[in-house]
Design a protein around this ligand. Sequence first.
Ligand code: C5P
Length: 419
Amino acid sequence: MVTLQNKRIVLGVTGGIAAYKSADLARRLREAGAEVRVIMTRGATEFITPLTMQAVSGHPVHQHLLDTAAEAGMGHIELARWADAVLVAPASANFLARCAHGRAEDLLSAVCLATAAPLAIAPAMNRQMWAGAATQANLDTLRARGARIFGPAEGAQACGEVGPGRMLEPSELVALTASLFASGALDGLAVLVTAGPTWEAIDPVRGISNKSSGKMGYAVAAAAAEAGARVVLVSGPTALPDPERVATIRVTSAQEMFDAVHAHIAQVEVFIGVAAVADYRPTDAAKEKIKKSAERLTLELVRNPDILASVAALAPAPFTVGFAAETENLEANARAKLKEKRLDLIAANRVGAGDGGFDTDENALLVIDRDGNKTELPPQSKTRLARALIQLISEKYHAAKQRRQTQGRAQDPRPAHRH
Ligand code: C5P
């Protein structure tokens, strides 16, 4: 089944007769789970009304670049940032020319220029305009810059001619849009992710936990599934629904998380420990609710097992990725943790007042590999950040595998990875 669950799609509609199909397209994108915001060019409004597009998308249509009222709430930069993908359907020859030349005099072109999200274009035009040398050169330019061109199909055209230039059908465009998110970077691999906090019982109703929401770990699990991996998510207590296409195992304590991880670890090539695991637990959880009596109460705590370090120490070990949430000396602490726990990769984020991290929707990461190379992933939504991290993990995993194959295992001081 095609899914666009939780994806944010900016649907650009330009002036062409196929614009009448854009209403159906918006409806189908939403049915597939996407949130849709529509941008219409002036030409598009000659073919279909903004009211129709507003009704099917569920949001006011964005039309003007320099209209303060229309830009209030969500201006072109916010729209560009908001999008997980920009789909222009139909895309006129004129739009292709504007986009290829980086023009920004209308809202849609400006958003296409300003976005870091994938851009997909579904051209629709008369077959001669399609075949025109200028149009083809513009398409080449756009393709070379990474834009995906969906279609066009061949067939009878509104102008009475027959040939290439028909916009693809909405159902095909929805499927192709969904494929933008399936990177295939982890095709054929199995990945285990831990997420959320743990809960260490003091008595049947009280416990020690932390502020982790699980959002980052869930986003990492979803991004790994999107990238083609078979994913097992071992999650501490969170309020989040199970991510799609992910086998989710719910646990409560660090010890349960440890057990669940080790029950599955032999089957995976990549382990990503995102959970904020409690370092200590009460030595003995009281069987009954502790009564308020004495003035002082001492809780004795014992160390929990370090799940991440225990996975990295396996022989063979999977490619092991840790997280480091730090309030100070981010890089130095992350480097130390990478070494101590013998990780392949560590992703560090600053937590604490105003720094994102725990229980927020945005985050930024500093990622350091075993050779000390660092990559900064700038502040962005956890969904996007997780995709960027998965891309990086895939590159490092494949590079490590390649290196081991060429150098031979004898030179590698670490236990062999499971590949
Ligand atoms: O040492 P520290 O807790 O800062 O390390 C954080 C990393 O170690 C995270 O990836 C976390 O998931 C993992 N961890 C673990 N088991 C523990 C403590 C931390 O897997 N008991």
